[in-house]
Design a protein around this ligand. Structure first.
Ligand code: ADP
Length: 261
């Protein structure tokens, strides 16, 4: 169960948030942003106040996944940035700072770090039960800075069951451990595929890798999410499946949230 605050870290750039969840992965494309978005919506559906900060400077996909990609940055009278809002969550993304969604973010990591600190300090998040951060994949400056500047309550690691993904995930786990970020647990995405016509199950990326890794590093296994064409379709269209009321998806995320809290 989740602690309040990371006592190892005295810095807190987000005193308005009761708990900070950092979602990360070893490598890109495993569904980290999808999980960040749906986890945030699932928490909001439980009645929590949730802010989602998209800190993935290399692939800021949260605006598209939540249908706020066309919004421009706006400031309120107190010179604070107003976060976008959709599906019951507040949203801010490094992607909203570029003129269009296909503009690449060519930032030195020091610039990215300053931008993210500004999003922590200058966005009018209000009081939050959870600040969920969609971190860039891998281990680098941004991850380190976030861990130093925030009392992260729980690091959540997303992986597929594939051995190459798991090698990278091991590094992410070691990094969290090295910098004293409490690990909330591991989510295995794209765990299996059920053919819609035959109902036959296929373990496309292998089987059981996430659970084994969680066991090996003695961290909680939070749950599995299957590979499902609707997840991809809904995400591309900007509607998180959990917000759609998709019963199956809600079930998977309910498990993950229950195991995390
Ligand atoms: P990451 O943040 O790790 O780079 P994304 O969340 O952007 O990964 O997901 C990459 C792509 O895979 C997206 O198009 C997304 O819709 C799709 N995707 C993620 N999880 C699933 C899933 N369980 N089933 C089907 N498609 C998925």
């Amino acid at each position: 169960s989740m602690n309040y605050g990371n006592t190892a870290n005295p810095n807190n750039r987000a005193p308005y948030a009761k708990r900070v969840i950092a979602v990360t992965s070893g490598k890109g494309g495993v569904g980290k942003s999808t999980v960040s978005v749906n986890l945030s919506v699932a928490l909001a559906q439980k009645g929590f106040k949730v802010g989602l900060l998209d800190a993935d400077v290399y692939g800021p996909n949260v605006p598209r996944m939540t249908q706020v990609a066309d919004e421009k940055l706006k400031w309120n009278d107190n010179n604070k940035i107003v976060p976008s809002e959709n599906f019951g969550i507040k949203i801010m993304s490094v992607g909203l700072t570029t003129p269009s969604s296909d503009t690449p973010l060519v930032w030195r990591s020091s610039v990215a770090v300053s931008a993210l600190i500004q999003f922590l300090e200058d966005v009018d998040w209000g009081e939050l039960d959870f600040l969920v951060i969609d971190m860039p994949p891998g281990t680098g400056d941004i991850q380190l800075t976030m861990a130093q500047e925030l009392p992260i309550t729980a690091g959540v690691i997303v992986t597929t069951p594939q051995p190459v993904a798991l090698d990278d995930v091991s590094r992410a786990i070691m990094m969290f451990k090295d910098i004293n970020v409490p690990i909330g647990g591991l989510v295995e995405n794209m765990s299996f595929f059920i053919a819609p016509d035959t109902k036959k199950r296929y373990d496309i990326f292998g089987k059981g890798g996430g659970e084994e890794t969680a066991k090996r590093y003695d961290i909680p296994f939070l749950g599995k999410i299957p590979l499902d064409m609707q997840i991809r379709e809904f995400s591309d269209n900007g509607t998180p499946p959990v917000a759609m009321g998709d019963k199956l998806q809600k079930g998977y995320y309910k498990n993950i949230v229950d195991n995390l809290l």
